[in-house]
Write a protein that binds this ligand. Structure first.
Ligand SMILES: [Fe+2]
Length: 433
């Protein structure tokens, strides 16, 4: 493994670890072992699971060493124990979990410094991304936790008040484009291989749907009208008694929201957050529009008609910085719609990466030529109609796990995740002429 690759892995592993510990150290032990929602693990499970995955993939697989605690593998196997039953397991106590994390990391850095056999560089990237994904899950657990606020971060910068208003939608020109990647060193199996997809012209929202726009749907009776809802979504809306996005509370004529222990007015200009796929789909139909397919989303984010190859990020190849996107838990909320002009895509769309995950119309499937790596449970077992794809990452996603080919997936009923959406429409025949 070349030195820059090794250095990149070391930086990514350390950044993830800082965040993991910050998300745990702000709570007393009793809150780490408690389950804050049946949807989530106790945070102490995440801690030892992160260590266990690193033990399996870096110490044993990449390092060829015996491993620190192979006896813990079954306990921390996410497939063996659904989240709801994890609090009943004989889990490591918080101090033991922290010790396991530290001991595994010492050996992993040792193995990294000694240059593991070629081909194992990917495993270090995979393990760093895995920990960062758990940092996002742990932040979602914080959002579900009741009680006083323990996390704080500055608000995202306000957009330039002198900037000209943005158009409501942008045209994404039709024609073939290259979806996925065969060359990105840390791309996961489901992002591979690169393949050509024909996407006709369409008009895409310049920015994600805002709280103000979504509030119109709520106040127009959108939640009471089955016309707008997918049949399964309408049943779920009734069973779960959904009337507004997650964490919204009505106080007379004012909408408030709960955010990491703070109760505050819903900011009208922020992208809407904590809506499930059915809510996003219903809003789009009410607005006379639709959710973009995954291919449409990726084309809007990567396709540059003037360049032969697609971009890694909407703004180009530069690594995501604070001027490009709201990522990495620097801010604990989305930035106002229209922020980050330096992060715009060639089509003019803003905030495709960061702020909120965006639901797409597509189910999660393998690309043509898909090959499972390094194990089927990474992606392949989730392929099919059950899961919908989300794109773009949120304010809670680390930049290292965020690129325009990255695919996330979840059940259409889920809304504890940091997800919103944008809508689109077909372009008429003469569009772009
Ligand atoms: Fe995991």
């Amino acid at each position: 493994m070349a030195t820059p690759v090794r250095e990149r892995a070391r930086i990514a592993l350390s950044a993830a670890r800082r965040r993991t510990l910050a998300l745990a150290d702000c709570l007393p032990d009793a809150e780490l072992t408690e389950q804050h929602s049946p949807l989530m693990s106790p945070l102490v499970w995440d801690l030892a699971h992160i260590a266990n995955q690193e033990d399996i993939w870096l110490i044993r697989r990449a390092g060829g060493r015996p491993g620190l605690r192979p006896d813990l593998d079954p306990l921390y196997d996410a497939f063996r124990h659904p989240r709801a039953e994890r609090p009943g397991l004989p889990l490591l106590a918080p101090d033991q979990a922290r010790r396991y994390l530290a001991d595994v990391r010492d050996q992993a850095l040792d193995i990294l410094a000694a240059a593991p056999p070629p081909g194992h560089g990917f495993l270090f990237g995979m393990v760093a991304q895995h920990e960062q994904q758990h940092d996002e899950t742990m932040l979602a657990t914080h959002q579900l936790r009741r009680g006083p606020a323990v996390l704080d971060a500055p608000a995202p910068p306000a957009p330039d008040p002198g900037a000209p208003p943005l158009p409501a939608e942008v045209l994404v020109p039709g024609g073939p484009f290259t979806m996925g990647t065969s060359t990105d060193p840390w791309a996961l199996d489901n992002e591979r291989p690169a393949h050509t997809v024909e996407v006709p012209d369409f008009w895409l929202d310049t920015v994600p749907v805002t709280n103000a726009a979504y509030r119109q749907f709520v106040e127009d009776g959108g939640y009471e009208d089955p016309r707008w809802w997918h049949p399964a979504g309408w049943r779920h809306r009734q069973d779960a008694q959904l009337t507004a996005p997650g964490f919204w509370l009505r106080d007379g004529s004012v909408w408030l929201r709960r955010r990491f222990g703070h109760t505050e007015p819903v900011p009208p200009d922020e992208p809407v957050l904590h809506v499930n796929w059915y809510e996003a789909d219903a809003y789009a139909r009410w607005a006379g529009r639709r959710l973009p397919t995954e291919a449409e989303w990726e084309k809007a984010a990567r396709h540059d008609p003037a360049a032969p190859a697609p971009r890694r990020h909407p703004w180009g190849e530069a690594a995501p910085g604070p001027a490009h996107a709201n990522l990495g838990q620097r801010h604990l909320q989305p930035a106002p719609a229209g922020s980050y002009p330096d992060g715009a895509a060639p089509c003019g769309a803003r905030q495709l990466l960061g702020d909120v995950w965006e639901w797409t119309a597509s189910s999660f499937t393998g690309y043509p030529g898909f090959a499972a790596y390094p194990y089927r449970e990474y992606s392949e077992v989730f392929f099919g109609d059950r899961y919908r794809v989300l794109r773009g990452g949120s304010f809670a996603t680390d930049p290292v796990a965020c690129r325009a080919t990255f695919r996330n997936w979840d059940l259409p009923v889920r809304r504890q995740i940091f997800a919103g959406f944008r809508t689109c429409r077909d372009a008429p025949e003469d569009a772009g002429a």
